[in-house]
Design a protein around this ligand. Structure first.
Ligand code: ADP
Ligand code: ZN
Ligand code: MG
Length: 492
């Protein structure tokens, strides 16, 4: 690890960071952007290739209609305006993983512009982050630097990824803190996952982020010179990379030097950035219109057709979950972070007696156990019917919350559904009024101070007595009956 920058909080506080993100997202089309090769992660190296994506002379690209539809869907989901006629351009550069010597991209006439994502700022207030543009392009292949016996002296090339359809989403320099950048990425990923155009899997590289960052004195009008940080391949490291880079730049300025405009590589292991290329920064890609592809026209009718496939987006769903099911705003936010979780909840909530009970079991009991077992919701042993049954039994007071926990524990250790486990274990329940009353009397006698509180008007103390009796009954007292009898006894 490098020595931490020795900058005092006072010095850091003099500066205002400015951040803009460029996010590349692979589209989940069946085939590649301009040829019929399968678009699939992995595979034997250099098996998903053809003359078009290998850039052999004479091979001609044909645009994938599905890629256009996904790009339009993604663009609309982040509030962009679609350009009816957009142009593909060649971005010329030489790199071993790009056999054509250029990348087909879009330059001055991208398919979409002027979008917006709302993120919470430091105080939790909504802040609009502008999206400059969303354009279509193709991915390059991969250079494999490790994993071979002779990796010390050779680099291998896998061209399977060549020609994978991408959209690049460029933000305005509206972000002011690493936290805001993190929130922006989280929101963007959430929205894209809802649209289904990408799996946004950062480990597999289907979502990649370059972070542009500069610093200026607070109150300054002109932005500072930016550096572009590449290779930040996990959400966790975005904050770290930006924090590092902000402090590095402040250090440079405080020393009396200037920040140079350059690309810098983030190194996870060392927790720092390195200069990648500074001198030849004045990149000239010599963009020109791609002569082998006609202008892309997405007319009003086609746009309408594409938009008919737009699902409800997270923001709208949050509001609806609160309105339709009475869950809290906080719960609604958690339920919408993952579309599957939201779907699972809604299906259960529709057939259960109490949607709120479904939400509370899902959060406090099921997700906690899934996390402990390190399994995802789709591998959960609890079926939809299982969740509904658990919620209804708990809501109806037919099982206590302690019994619910025990049943769920069995489900997870045995990998069996709640319906099966409940049927097999049918927990004992004490529903005999006089037996419960006897226990209540015992607890009342032992806790005169709490009885006095209750009598003095603090009726919430009833919960204390319910808890004590529940413990005395080893979790077997019928909760509904217990609640009723406790209040009756205390009021008597
Ligand atoms: P370039 O010409 O180097 O590609 P752009 O103006 O196209 O630069 O911007 C690329 C990204 O950098 C955008 O996300 C933009 O918001 C961001 N950006 C531009 N200027 C700055 C700056 N001074 N500080 C931080 N980010 C910036
Ligand atoms: Zn191909
Ligand atoms: Mg640019």
């Amino acid at each position: 690890m490098p020595a931490a920058f020795a900058l005092s909080p006072d010095i850091l506080a003099k500066y205002q960071p400015v951040i803009g993100l460029e996010v590349h997202v692979q589209l989940l089309t069946q085939s590649k952007a301009f040829c019929g090769c399968r678009n699939e992660y992995g595979g034997e190296p250099n098996t998903h290739v053809c003359p078009v994506c290998l850039g052999l002379p004479g091979a001609l690209p044909v645009l994938n209609k599905q890629a256009v539809e996904f790009a339009v869907l993604a663009a609309k989901a982040i509030g962009c305006t679609i350009r009816e006629t957009s142009i593909f351009s060649r971005k010329n550069y030489f790199y071993p993983d790009s056999p054509k010597g250029y990348q087909i991209s879009q330059f001055d006439k991208p398919i979409a512009e002027h979008g917006m994502i709302v993120v919470p700022d430091a105080n939790g207030a909504p802040k609009r982050i502008g999206i400059t543009r969303l354009h279509m392009e193709e991915d390059a292949g991969k250079s494999l630097h490790d994993g071979f016996a002779d990796s010390a002296t050779r680099t291998y090339i896998d061209l399977n990824r060549c020609g994978t359809p991408l959209v690049e989403i460029v933000s305005e320099p509206d972000l002011r803190t690493p936290d805001e950048a993190f929130e922006y990425l989280t929101k963007l990923k959430e929205i894209l996952l809802y649209t289904g155009v990408s799996d946004c899997n950062m480990e597999e590289g289907s979502l990649r982020c370059d972070a542009n960052v500069s610093v200026m004195l607070k109150g300054a009008e002109k932005f500072g010179t930016k550096a572009e940080v590449k290779n930040v391949n996990s959400f966790r490291y975005i904050r770290a990379a930006l924090e590092y880079e902000i402090e590095r730049q402040i250090g440079v300025i405080e020393e009396g030097s200037r920040v140079v405009q350059e690309s810098r590589l983030w190194n996870n292991a060392e927790g720092r950035t390195y200069s990648m290329r500074s001198k030849e920064q004045a990149h000239d890609y010599r963009y020109f219109p791609e002569p082998d592809l006609p202008p892309l026209v997405v007319g009003a009718e086609w746009q309408r057709q594409i938009l008919s496939a737009m699902p409800e987006l997270p923001e709208a769903r949050r509001a609806r979950l609160v309105a339709d099911y009475g869950v809290s705003a906080q719960d609604a936010a958690t339920l919408t972070t993952d579309r599957n979780l939201g779907d699972f909840f809604e299906l259960a909530a529709k057939s259960a007696k109490s949607p709120k009970r479904v939400a509370s079991i899902l959060f406090s009991e099921i997700t906690m156990r899934l996390r402990a077992a390190e399994i995802t919701l789709d591998k959960s042993p609890i079926s939809l019917d299982g969740l509904v049954l658990a919620a209804d039994l708990t809501e109806g007071g037919e099982i206590s919350s302690k019994q619910l926990k025990q049943l769920l524990d069995s489900c997870f250790t045995e990998g069996r559904d709640f319906v099966y486990i409940y049927d097999r274990d049918k927990p004992q329940q004490i529903s005999d009024t006089s037996a419960i009353e006897a226990m209540i009397d015992e607890v009342i006698a032992a806790n005169p101070a709490q009885v006095a509180q209750f009598k003095g008007g603090k009726r919430t103390v009833a919960a204390f007595f319910v808890g004590q009796v529940m413990r005395l009954s080893k979790g077997q007292a019928n909760p509904a009956l217990l609640n009723e009898l406790v209040v009756k006894k205390l009021d008597a």
